[in-house]
Each structure stands twice: as structure tokens, then as C-alpha cells.
Design a protein around this ligand. Structure first.
Ligand code: ZN
Length: 383
């Protein structure tokens, strides 16, 4: 969950150095070599999405990974004389195995490539779970008039056998603060990184219903996995644009709206949009304990800052869930209009707090006070 905030912060740093300007996406495949700030050499074939005025580049690889390259880091840039094509599932599976090692197995489903050091049965269970979520997410928004697209790249999940292996990888990949999470989605790499939630369980792994039972035994275990999978689907369906200025309350609210698990159904996801007891409880506590300030809605809408403050983050998430739940249920058309406006935002352009507020008002009207009153009333009524 916090990875997104971290990426947006690192994105700001990139912008500050490069004052990016948008150029249209180029369909040509190019081969780039560069050295990053740690002097590590990279060679990636991909397409350039954005070229900054100062020569900084935003590159997307054939695996869907995004790279930002400053001009002084660039060693060479050559036209590969062929069009850009995303890697097909099988080729991507091979590339992941080469990267992670021979002890990693791959499980391929319609939309996913899962590379795993966990037991194959667990990776297959993950694949089935993700596909059900994928289908229900697309259906849910299609029914509400939001046009979504199939992902350009296969969706990658790395599933480690143990928490310890996960923590070691996560620390290198995303920083020490995600190592204690149950998993994360990285906007930069476009990958989910997870581990076998049943690995510490003494009973041998059985079929899918055994795994359902085992992962459900620990509260909030499975919700995190679903939360991260929702982020990945939303960023790969045309709903959010990676490296665009997506308000964090919206991105997190979307993931929390879907995170209530539904393991009982084999084909559907009946709990999409169910009342999220955990988040509702936190929000009510936020109110009753007097921590919620009068300008709370405004600060949530205009900046991501509260999500990055250790003490305020849980309340910010809870308020983002409450606001999203209220808007999706009570202002459906305006919410879809707002989603559509956000989905067409350019990459690498950061809005000011005023611009964020103006965009929100353009969809939901000027009277924030009334909207807040109605939202609070709705939250009080929920059971
Ligand atoms: Zn999140």
C-alpha cells in the first residue's frame, strides 16, 4: 500500500531534475543502455513514453516495467528497426525465471504470469483468485458505464515460498518498510510481490478449500493480497495511468472497495463493494476520538501527505474508504465521470492541491460542505 506513495515521491524527484514535457508515445522498439546512480549497468528494449526537455526519458520495457533515465546516465540509444510488442506470457515467464533463478517455477493463467518458489498448488490458487477478481472488477465497472481495456502486458506476480525470502527481496526491490507487509504492488515494475501465507502452517498444503481455510485463519491476511491485486488490475485496465498524478485517496479507496474477500464462490466475487468492517471501524474511531479535523475532506482531496505520515496513515486510509464507498454508492455517475477524467491524465505531470480540488469539484459539484455532511450521515447509518 505504501509503495505507491513512495513511487510518487521518487517521481517528484525525477520531475524536479527534468521538467518533463510530454511527447506522444512512439511505437518503435528501441534498445537503451544506461548506468543508474549506483553505477549499475542496464540494457532494456522498449518504447519511449515521455522525453523531457532536458533529455530525461521514461521508457517502458516489453515486460511492462517503467524506467526513468536521466540524460547523463544514458550510454546508448538505438532503433531496433522493429515495432514495439509486449512480451507474450511464455516469453515473460522465461525472462522471470532467468532473473529469479532455476528454483522458481511459473504458473500461467489467462491474464497472469506467476513466478514462484512456493508450492505449485499455492501459485495455482493465487492465479485462480486473481482471475476471479479480474473478472469481477471488469464486470463491476462495465455495468456502471466505465470503459476498461484488456491489459497491454501480462500481469506479473512473484510468489515467494516464505516470509523471510519475501522480506529479503522486498527490501532490495522496494525498501525496508515494505518488508513487513503481506505483499505489495509496485507501479514501477508493474509486479505484485507476495509470499505463501500458508508457509508457516504445520499442516501440509491440500486443495484450494484447504488453502482458503488456512489463509482465512489469520485476520486481514487475504485482504492485503486482494488489495494489491486490485491496484494492479486498476493500473492495467485503463482506469489509472502509471506515473500520472492519481490522487491517493482514489487509488487506495478503489483497492479497499474490493478487498473484502469472497473465497466461497468459485466463479464470482459477491463481496465487491461490501461494507469493509475494518475500515469502517477505524473511520468511526477517527471521528469519535476527535482526531478528525474540520478540514479533513479538503486535505484528503488535495494532497497525499496524510498517507505518508505514520500516525495519520490508518485514519487517511479509513477516510479514503469511507469517501470512496459513499461516492460509488451515492454519486455513481459523477464518480465514473471523475474516474474517466483521471484516466486520461498525462504521465509525469504533478497537479497542485488547487488543481486536484478543482478536478474533484468539476465532477461532484462545488458544495464540499454538503457532500461531507451527507457522507458522514451515510457512514453513521451503515451496519
Ligand atoms: Zn494500497
Amino acid at each position: 500500500m505504501r509503495r505507491i506513495a513512495l513511487l510518487i515521491l521518487s517521481l517528484l524527484a525525477f520531475l524536479a531534475r527534468s521538467a518533463a514535457a510530454q511527447t506522444g508515445a512512439s511505437p518503435a522498439l528501441e534498445r537503451l543502455k544506461w548506468r543508474d546512480d549506483d553505477a549499475q549497468a542496464h540494457e532494456v528494449a522498449g518504447k519511449i513514453l515521455t522525453e523531457a526537455d532536458d533529455g530525461g526519458l521514461l521508457l517502458i520495457g516489453q515486460d511492462g516495467r517503467l524506467w526513468t533515465i536521466d540524460k547523463p546516465q544514458l550510454v546508448s540509444r538505438d532503433d531496433a528497426r522493429e515495432p514495439f510488442r509486449p512480451l507474450p506470457h511464455a516469453a515473460l515467464a522465461k525472462q522471470l525465471q532467468a532473473e529469479l533463478g532455476r528454483e522458481f517455477d511459473t504458473v500461467v493463467t489467462k491474464h497472469y504470469v506467476i513466478c514462484t518458489s512456493a508450492r505449485r498448488g499455492y501459485a495455482q490458487w493465487c492465479g485462480a483468485l486473481f482471475e476471479r477478481l479480474y473478472l469481477s472488477f471488469h464486470n463491476y465497472w462495465k455495468q456502471r458505464g466505465m470503459k476498461l481495456v484488456e491489459p497491454e502486458f501480462p500481469l506479473v506476480a512473484l510468489v515467494f515460498a516464505t516470509e523471510k525470502e519475501f522480506a529479503a527481496f522486498a527490501t532490495k526491490d522496494a525498501g525496508a518498510d515494505v518488508a513487513s507487509a503481506k505483499g505489495y504492488y509496485s507501479i514501477g515494475t508493474n509486479r505484485m510481490v507476495l509470499y505463501d501465507l500458508t508457509s508457516s502452517d504445520a499442516t501440509p498444503i491440500g486443495d484450494a478449500s484447504d488453502i482458503n481455510r488456512q489463509v482465512s485463519a489469520v485476520p486481514y491476511n487475504i485482504a492485503t493480497v486482494i488489495h494489491e491485486a486490485t491496484h494492479q488490475i486498476a493500473f492495467n485496465s485503463g482506469m489509472h495511468t502509471r506515473y500520472a498524478d492519481n490522487p491517493l485517496w482514489l487509488v487506495e479507496g478503489m483497492a479497499m472497495y474490493f478487498e473484502t474477500p469472497d473465497l466461497s464462490s468459485k466463479t464470482g466475487w459477491k463481496t465487491a463493494g461490501a461494507v469493509n468492517d475494518e475500515r469502517l471501524g477505524q473511520f468511526r474511531n477517527f471521528l469519535s476520538a476527535g482526531r478528525r479535523k474540520p478540514d479533513s475532506l479538503k486535505t484528503l482531496l488535495s494532497s497525499d501527505a496524510r498517507f505518508n505520515e505514520a500516525e495519520a496513515a490508518a485514519d487517511a486510509y479509513a477516510e479514503a474508504w469511507a469517501l470512496s464507498f459513499y461516492l460509488i454508492r451515492s454519486k455513481k455517475e459523477a464518480y465514473v465521470k471523475y474516474l474517466n477524467a483521471l484516466s486520461s491524465k498525462p504521465r509525469l505531470v504533478i497537479d497542485t492541491p488547487e488543481e486536484r480540488l478543482a478536478e474533484f469539484r468539476a465532477a461532484f459539484g462545488d458544495d464540499l460542505q454538503q457532500l461531507e455532511t451527507d457522507m458522514l450521515k451515510a457512514m453513521r447509518r451503515l451496519k
